[in-house]
Design a protein around this ligand. Structure first.
Ligand code: ATP
Length: 539
């Protein structure tokens, strides 16, 4: 699939716009247009319904160790700065960046990729960013060595395309937009949290951060939820909301944005069953994507290797999608499912934790003013343990965290939906059409209603059906132009069903329904349209 075509469609049909476009846009920020907002909301609603509001705590789901409860939360975006000190984000939420002295551009160190090229004894690591990296690297090497296209085979290539992070001597690297090698600075740490000031006084002591993840809002409310509801471990708290990361190189459409939405669950369970719960959530979340229409061969579940795991994690898996803007064989993360042990609750009780020589977590200590050791970042001191009132056991629950990105999910569903196929036009000639094959459940518009012509009472009959449908579903009414063109517009929007009122409607009260994917058309009574659409889109 051609990513440029999808990006153009998203803009043309109102799925996605660049933020502040009339002022030239702002890198890393996106706006959802009228179709995009419906699509993303349907994805978030499906998640909320399937994971939280529709979860039946009386029935044990397949693969789950026991029954469990789920509740929701909506925490604030700006929280007490100590939250981020104890969670580790203040000290550790960094990416390594490199600057180019020539172009003044900044790059995320591990995301710049290139290949070693050699000509007449000069060996340079030639880099390129973006979709056509292999081709761009070759062209940049030719230009650097002042070779014409037909002399390209004079270049000796060493190894495959690798990350800049694997290159020891950066003075030999040609930065992505530079003309000469050796313009990159040594890598430096860059904290990804956006800083802001709370209140009118505006001193450094009033500095706060926009949350880089929604998860911490859940951990700091663990006790509130336990005390105010009757939930018992095992249970999950879920939240959907905006997160902010000052990404060094936002790119690949909405895949890496600076403002994005997350759908996160923190699932609290007993330490002895936590591994089983981890496996349950990993498989459950994978199935959710396939049920909503992400194809098997582009979607994969990848367990992290031991050396990839965070210092506190016993297991983490990513659900990944082969986005069309990535190189062949590469996948991008849609969701991470992490076994986080008791790291988060303990950090908010005791203070920021680090691993000691024995591999156990302990509070990180520094020298205090009087020479005595003090916690580097003090915890809340609150008791965030849990007492099981049946067994009387008190313990710090372990946490399983399925953390999904609503924007990356939306992007994957957009990529998956894009199809070009052949369909007859108004004269019956076959033409290429662009069709967004969303699963009806997430399609932004569920049905469109057309009068075949704008006379003979057809618009009136069509408007009546439209009004009835509109009460339950996002529906579109269109009476302009040839009916074939109206179908095409709905195909591009991904509307699964089109209902047409024609001459026969006025005689026998039936209308045609057209299926977006099979192009089949059949007649039903106008009075049955709402129930027919409900059956199809609600399952
Ligand atoms: P990456 O390695 O791609 O930066 P991550 O591992 O840091 O992602 P997490 O911290 O696990 O991501 O965040 C959970 C989810 O939030 C991700 O799976 C992704 O869907 C989403 N997400 C994270 N960063 C971004 C971003 N910059 N833009 C859009 N979505 C994001």
């Amino acid at each position: 699939m051609d990513m440029d075509k999808l990006v153009a469609l998203c803009r043309r049909r109102g799925f996605l716009f660049q933020s502040s476009e009339i002022y030239g846009g702002l890198n890393g920020f996106w706006d959802y247009g009228p179709l995009g907002v419906e699509l993303k909301r349907n994805i978030k609603d499906a998640w909320w319904r399937d994971m939280i509001s529709g979860h039946n705590e009386l029935v044990k789901p397949a693969g789950a160790p026991t029954t469990y409860e789920m509740v929701g939360l909506d925490a604030s975006i700006i929280m007490h700065p100590q939250v981020w000190k104890c969670s580790g984000h203040f000290d550790l939420f960094c990416d390594m960046m490199v600057d180019c002295r020539e172009t003044k551009h900044r790059y995320r160190y591990d995301q710049v990729r290139g290949r070693w090229a050699e000509y007449q004894g000069l060996k340079v690591f030639v880099t390129a960013l973006g979709e056509n990296e292999a081709q761009d690297i070759e062209q940049r090497a030719q230009k650097l060595f002042k070779l014409r296209a037909k002399e390209a085979d004079k270049i000796t290539w060493h190894g495959e395309i690798i990350s800049l992070a694997k290159v020891e001597d950066l003075s030999k690297a040609l930065a992505p937009e530079a003309t000469e090698p050796g313009t990159l600075t040594a890598p430096r740490e860059f904290n990804l949290m956006f800083k802001t000031i709370v209140g009118a006084m505006g001193g450094e002591e009033d500095a706060a951060f926009l949350r880089p993840e929604t998860a911490q809002g859940i951990f700091v409310n663990f006790k509130n939820v336990c005390d105010s509801t009757r939930v018992r471990v095992p249970f999950g708290i879920a939240q959907v909301g905006k997160s902010f990361r000052n990404e060094i190189t936002p790119r690949n459409f909405t895949f890496r944005s600076r403002e994005f939405e997350q759908m996160e669950i923190e699932f609290f369970c007993h330490p002895t069953t936590s591994r089983k719960w981890y496996e349950y959530w990993r498989d459950r979340r994978m199935k959710w994507y396939t049920d909503l229409g992400l194809a098997g061969e582009r979607l994969r579940l990848r367990e992290h290797d031991k050396d990839e795991l965070s210092h506190y994690s016993v297991g983490t898996a990513d659900i990944e999608y082969a986005f069309p803007f990535l190189s062949a064989g590469e996948y991008g993360e849609l969701e991470g499912i992490a076994h986080r042990g008791d790291f988060d609750l303990r950090s908010h009780m005791e203070g920021k934790l680090v691993k000691n020589a024995e591999g156990c977590l302990e509070v990180e200590m520094v020298d205090g003013a009087d020479g005595k050791k003090v916690a580097k970042h003090r915890g809340s001191g609150r008791d965030l343990t849990y007492r099981d009132d049946l067994t009387n056991e008190r313990f710090t629950p372990h946490v399983i965290e399925p953390s999904a990105g609503a924007d990356r999910g939306t992007l994957a569903f957009l990529c998956e939906a894009y199809h070009e196929d052949q369909a007859p036009d108004d004269k019956g000639d076959m033409q290429t059409r662009t069709v967004m094959k969303f699963s009806p459940r997430i399609a932004p518009v569920k049905a469109a209603v057309f009068p075949l012509v704008k006379k003979d009472g057809m618009p009136e009959a069509a408007k009546e059906i439209y009004t009835a449908l509109k009460k339950r579903f996002v529906t579109f009414y269109d009476e302009k132009g040839a009916v074939g063109r109206r179908y095409r517009r709905q195909d591009e929007a991904g509307t699964p069903y089109c209902i047409t009122v024609d001459g026969q409607t006025l005689q026998d009260g039936t209308v045609t329904i057209r299926d977006r994917d099979s192009l089949e058309q059949w007649r039903i009574k106008s009075a049955d349209v709402v129930e027919e659409i409900a059956k199809k889109v609600e399952g």
